[in-house]
Design a protein. Structure first.
Length: 190
């Protein structure tokens, strides 16, 4: 049985931290950052220089890169693929889906994992990460993003037929969050 876990969550919640830890305890696991795949092509086209510039492009351009990335990831044949990605993107044109119908169908996830944390934790993680340019959003704005994430998650679950797992990434507890992901994937194999 091939496992394809799509791990999502709002910016700065800790997806990359959690999946990096999870993949190291999964034999045959391969990690892929959807944003990195998009960025490689965007750089080749000289559209942007860094990952946080992707969401500033027109939706038409982002969509083109998104479709290419989905196709590339869909072709990966590893026994366990963990995709680090987003349910929606805050663009200048409005919230835009990270997993529209064709993208989620192409990637054929067996599991959907939503990483969550409290608005306070997310605000401090966004502010504290000097390596990234993350949008500054109010406490209420973060609550809205968290609620929106659950809505988009349910849609992706229905479109793909994959179960949705919600994992809390509490402060200082990313190891625990990673082990919840690992346990869920292990449960898929009798
Ligand atoms: P993006 O969507 O922008 O890629 P992300 O969800 O991948 O964000 P990370 O880069 O993994 O988020 O984490 C954001 C910041 O929060 C990092 O500085 C990371 O070290 C920190 N962080 C992640 N998880 C925790 C945790 N459980 N406790 C404390 N800090 C954490
Ligand atoms: P990340 O490092 O996960 O934040 O990814 C970098 C950027 O890639 C994100 O901020 C988005 O602009 C873009 N990105 C990642 N996943 C998707 C997706 N599924 N659809 C569209 N854009 C995405
Ligand atoms: Mg990340």
């Amino acid at each position: 049985l091939k496992l394809r876990a799509v791990v999502v969550g709002i910016p700065g919640v800790g997806k990359t931290t959690v999946v990096d830890k999870a993949v190291s305890s999964l034999e045959g696991g391969k990690l892929v950052s959807f944003g990195t795949v998009m960025l490689e092509e965007a750089k080749r086209r000289k559209w942007v220089k860094s990952r946080d510039q992707l969401r500033g492009m027109t939706v038409v351009r982002q969509r083109e890169l998104q479709t290419l990335a989905a196709r590339k990831i869909a072709g990966m044949r590893d026994s366990i693929v963990i995709v680090d990605t987003h349910l929606f993107i805050r663009t200048k044109e409005g919230f835009w889906p990270g997993l529209p119908y064709d993208v989620v169908r192409a990637m054929r996830p067996t599991h959907l994992v939503l990483v969550e944390a409290s608005p306070r934790e997310i605000a401090s993680r966004r502010a504290g990460d000097a390596a990234r340019y993350r949008d500054v959003v109010t406490h209420q704005g973060l609550e809205e993003e968290l609620a929106l994430a659950r809505s988009y998650l349910a849609v992706s679950s229905t479109l793909s037929g994959a179960p949705m797992l919600i994992v809390a990434n509490a402060e200082g507890k990313s190891d625990k969050a990673a082990s919840v992901v690992v346990e869920a994937l292990r449960s898929a194999r009798p």
